[in-house]
Design a binder for this molecule. Structure first.
Ligand SMILES: Nc1ncnc2c1ncn2[C@@H]1O[C@H](COP(=O)(O)OP(=O)(O)OP(=O)(O)O)[C@@H](O)[C@H]1O
Ligand SMILES: [Mg+2]
Length: 254
């Protein structure tokens, strides 16, 4: 049983005009076994939250805490966070020129586990993960994300999730740009991960479509750098019907 706890998190980025506050007091607790969906308008800070938890250097934590089973995550390096069991699937996965998927995955696995994976079973695991995500095994020899279609990049993120086996997965719009079949394949991957039982999932999404396949225990409405409302899966339906206007009015007057 693990707990990822975000308390009063304030985060700024450096801009030419000086520091700009993006997260303005985020409170969120994810326990193993739980799936949380975060929904919110463009620019509300969802990706910033994901990057801040993962340790992106661009984001300055100005107040608050992130802990994993009581351990201060914010004092850890990006590598240490991954080793502690945090995984981020990025909204815009980056190309890694000259590094094959096979090498990338083995290096990541070695870093996360602190030892190289057993070679024979590893190749089988990699091919199995790619196949489950509907990617041919020839993807293992291609450079990471180079020339991948949008949907292939997202599938590759979930293949990583499958192989790296973290405690908590933060999935930033892993459903965006997927066709209907790919959405199902990716959702199945997330559900397999969740089905291991002791895993926490933080799913950032714009669409209730994915929530037909992945049932969240909690839905958080993210507006203007903080959680504006929380509820169960029914809240996602309400958002789909009504949008965010009521929250944004409340946000701008504060
Ligand atoms: N380096 C930066 N300089 C200036 N502004 C930034 C920087 N990084 C992020 N921001 C701003 O912070 C806000 C939050 O961005 P973020 O990407 O977290 O939003 P989001 O909720 O993920 O949006 P989307 O739904 O479009 O993915 C945006 O207004 C963005 O322009
Ligand atoms: Mg985003």
């Amino acid at each position: 049983m693990s707990t990822l706890e975000i308390r009063d998190l304030h985060v700024s980025v450096e801009t030419e005009a000086g520091p700009k506050e993006i997260l303005r007091g985020v409170n969120l607790t994810v326990r193993s076994g739980e799936t949380h969906a975060i929904m919110g308008p463009n620019g509300s800070g969802k990706s910033t939250l994901a990057y801040s938890i993962a340790g992106h250097p661009k984001y300055q934590i100005t107040r608050g805490s992130v802990t994993l089973d009581g351990e201060d995550v914010l004092s850890l390096s990006v590598d240490e966070r991954a080793r502690a069991g945090l995984f981020l699937a990025m909204q815009y996965p980056v190309e890694v020129a000259g590094v094959s998927v096979a090498n990338f995955l083995r290096t990541a696995k070695t870093a996360v586990d602190g030892k190289a994976p057993n070679l024979r079973s590893w190749v089988k695991d990699v091919n199995g993960a790619l196949e489950k995500l509907g990617m041919g095994t020839d993807f293992a020899q291609r450079n990471v994300n180079e020339g991948f279609s949008g949907g292939e990049k997202k599938r590759h993120e979930i293949a990583q999730l499958e192989l790296l086996d973290p405690k908590f997965a933060i999935l930033d719009e892993t459903d965006s740009g997927l066709d209907i079949d790919a959405l199902k394949v990716v959702s199945d991957g997330v559900n397999r991960f969740h089905g291991k039982g002791d895993k926490g999932v933080l799913l950032i999404t714009h669409y209730t479509r994915i929530l037909r396949y992945i049932t969240p225990d909690h839905v958080h409405v993210f507006v203007d750098g903080r959680v504006a409302e929380e509820g169960g899966p029914e809240l996602a339906e309400k958002l789909e019907a009504e949008g965010y206007a009521s929250y944004q009015k409340a946000g701008s007057s504060s």
